[in-house]
Design a protein around this ligand. Structure first.
Ligand SMILES: C[S@@+](CC[C@H](N)C(=O)[O-])C[C@H]1O[C@@H](n2cnc3c(N)ncnc32)[C@H](O)[C@@H]1O
Length: 376
């Protein structure tokens, strides 16, 4: 039932729309040249060894999730679907029918996602009653995230996958949150795009709970703390997470990070997030303050921030004036990276000097914008 660590399996790495190319660059940086993926919007699909994919689930910071492809078949009626589910060897990946199920369907004869899920659940129940898991595997699985199965039906072709981590990969660094928390993988994307990990001193002047800085400090490390669903997959029994190579570390140059936050409650979250981690060799400067009134060392190489957009965190005046104020304060002395709404109304004159990646997160259009330091 175990899968050999060398055997190649099809995997799909899922990204927020627009981050596929940056995601591929992260893979190249951390794993070198690997087999060319097949790309779809928001997806890079590979044939790779399970070990490589599991390493990726610990080391890559930009993906949302990694799916292992399990099966693919044409299906046009419910009896066939039920039959396929009852016959599949589920015991190799899951240990009971207690799983999350996500169904997407388009251009197919089976159109009702609710009924598709019902049929799958019935099939799984029958499958596990005919061939129950080993008791030991079942007991172990209780300590790990409940697996999520993805059933994607398109043009009558069903693709069945399992999320190897169980919960989104971006749920990792932040324990205490803010009013408008930033998804960790978007923060990691800005970190990578602005090469924050290569700079010695970085600042977030509107830090919220500190996601950008924490992602910058963690960009080059393996994230082994989080429990992942694959640790309980019977087919990966032979792979022990703690033995996944420490050589996967990359050097980070950051030795000082600074943050300002104006809101008292959020500042507490920021402090707690840093206190909870061990940054022995890094100088951390946190200050409860209005960053527009603060001066700080010109040695800061990069300023990066996710400023308020006037939605959940209010701003006074026009959005574009507010963003320009931030840009004017920092850009003549430092590299600057911002996460902004796509509709930021900034003049072309300012945007033309920036590298911009337009993405969609939760359906919302966002821009990652990075300027190299400009002389005034
Ligand atoms: C969009 S939130 C940042 C969220 C952050 N990236 C996170 O993940 O928690 C913007 C933050 O900027 C803070 N802020 C707004 N104006 C500020 C100012 N002038 N100085 C310092 N902080 C400010 C707000 O209190 C808010 O916490």
């Amino acid at each position: 039932m175990s899968i050999s660590v060398e055997e190649k399996i099809k995997f799909a790495i899922i990204y927020p729309l627009g981050l596929e190319d940056l995601g591929l660059d992260e893979i190249r940086l951390k794993f070198g040249e690997i087999e060319q993926p097949t790309t779809y919007p928001g997806v890079l699909e590979y044939h790779a060894s399970p070990l490589l994919m599991l390493e990726m689930s610990l080391f890559l910071k930009i993906p949302t999730r990694i799916l292992m492809r399990l099966d693919e078949y044409k299906v046009r009626d419910f009896p066939k679907l039920y039959n396929k589910i009852t016959k599949y060897n589920w015991n190799r990946v899951i240990c009971s029918e207690d799983v999350h199920i996500k169904v997407t369907n388009s251009k197919s004869r089976l159109i009702h996602s609710g009924r598709i899920e019902e049929s799958i659940r019935k099939g799984l129940k029958k499958n596990f009653s005919d061939t129950p898991s080993k008791k030991k595997d079942f007991e172990k699985s209780k300590s790990f995230p409940i697996p999520t199965l993805h059933f994607n039906l398109k043009n009558d072709l069903m693709t069945v996958s399992i999320d190897i981590s169980g919960t989104e990969l971006f749920k990792r660094s932040r324990i205490y949150s803010s009013e408008a928390p930033l998804r960790e993988n978007l923060a990691a994307a800005l970190v990578f795009m602005s090469e924050a990990h290569k700079k010695k001193t970085i600042l977030d002047p509107m830090a919220g709970s500190g996601t950008l800085l924490i992602e910058a400090l963690g960009f080059n490390t393996l994230h082994t703390k989080k429990e992942q669903a694959w640790e309980a997959f019977p087919c990966f029994k032979a792979i022990i997470k703690s033995s996944i190579s420490k050589e996967l570390r990359l050097d980070s140059k950051i030795n000082e990070v600074s943050a300002f936050e104006i809101d008292k409650k959020t500042y507490k979250a920021l402090e707690s997030n840093f206190n909870d981690k061990n940054y022995n060799e890094i100088k951390i400067n946190l200050k409860l303050a209005n960053s527009f009134e603060q001066n700080f060392g010109s040695s800061t190489e990069l300023v990066l921030s996710n400023p308020p957009w006037g939605e959940r965190v209010k701003i006074v005046g026009k959005k574009s004036d507010y963003f320009e104020k931030i840009i004017n304060k920092y850009l003549t002395k430092h590299d600057l990276a911002l996460i902004l709404p796509r509709e930021n109304h900034l003049p072309n004159e300012i945007l033309k000097n920036a590298k911009i990646i337009n993405i969609k997160s939760g359906g919302f259009p966002i821009s990652l914008v990075y300027w190299k330091k400009q002389k005034s």
